[in-house]
Design a protein around this ligand. Structure first.
Ligand SMILES: Cc1cc2nc3c(=O)[nH]c(=O)nc-3n(C[C@H](O)[C@H](O)[C@H](O)COP(=O)(O)O)c2cc1C
Length: 217
């Protein structure tokens, strides 16, 4: 973290407690508020403000969570990229219900998102894949994400193999690697306030329209 980033963090710390939620009307949409909070997080100096937890659930009901990076969001949903053969992807195929969580500590804010997932189009995945640095592209080929290593050097050996294989020209986009789009049906904005009288605003999608209400902290 650079000195400037540290100073920005210090400057921002606790600001959320002093700031109430913006006015929310019955026709407010969660995307507007999410965009505003995401921009605040980007400006705050927090490292990786786009980091979020994604929780999936196995077919026998065992939930699991891990961090990923939000790469895109709009009216269609929230997108992250991963290996389609990973544990999370297998679980999302079996059970398309998913939960996301953002926590921006210096802003004293969290956002909880629940909904269902769908794969992004292969074109969208390929476009993002090719925007990544070459090392990450080859790394995607080398990693059998979530699978057991057969020996300690397996990953290194596979990296060498794919580096040689794709030494010339463009690294092709692997079909087993791509994006998931979370289509939200529930979004909660949580703003820390003094005396634990936190603000909680819920947006719920009913019949394709968003309704909002506040709940006790
Ligand atoms: C800050 C952070 C960001 C990460 N971003 C991603 C990501 O965007 N995509 C991904 O596949 N893994 C990402 N990872 C690794 C995952 O947390 C996880 O280890 C990996 O996806 C395998 O998860 P699974 O075995 O549950 O499928 C990230 C980890 C951290 C700590």
């Amino acid at each position: 973290m650079t000195l400037l980033e540290k100073l920005r963090c210090l400057f921002t710390f606790g600001q959320g407690v002093a700031l109430p939620l913006p006015e929310i009307s019955s026709d407010s949409t969660p995307l507007t508020l999410f965009t505003q909070w995401f921009n605040d997080a980007n400006k705050s100096g927090i490292l990786l403000p786009e980091a979020m937890s994604v929780s999936s659930c196995s077919s026998d009901g065992q939930p699991s969570s891990r961090m990923v990076l939000l790469k895109n969001f709009d009216e269609q949903g929230f997108v992250f990229f991963t290996n389609y053969g990973s544990r999370k992807s297998n679980e999302l195929v079996e059970n398309n219900k998913v939960a996301l969580l953002f926590h921006w500590n210096v802003l004293q804010r969290q956002i909880r998102i629940e909904g269902t997932v769908e794969k992004v189009t292969p074109q969208e995945s390929a476009e993002y894949f090719h925007s990544r640095d070459r090392g990450s592209q080859v790394g995607a080929w080398a990693s059998k994400q979530s699978q057991k290593l057969t020996h300690d050097n397996e990953l290194k050996d596979r990296m060498t193999h794919f580096n040689d294989k794709y030494a010339k020209g463009e690294v092709p986009h692997p079909e087993f690697w791509g994006g998931w789009r979370i289509k939200p049906t529930y979004i909660e904005f949580w703003q820390g306030r003094a005396s634990r009288l936190h603000d909680r605003v819920i947006f719920e999608k009913k019949d394709e329209a968003w309704q909002n209400f506040k709940i006790h902290p």
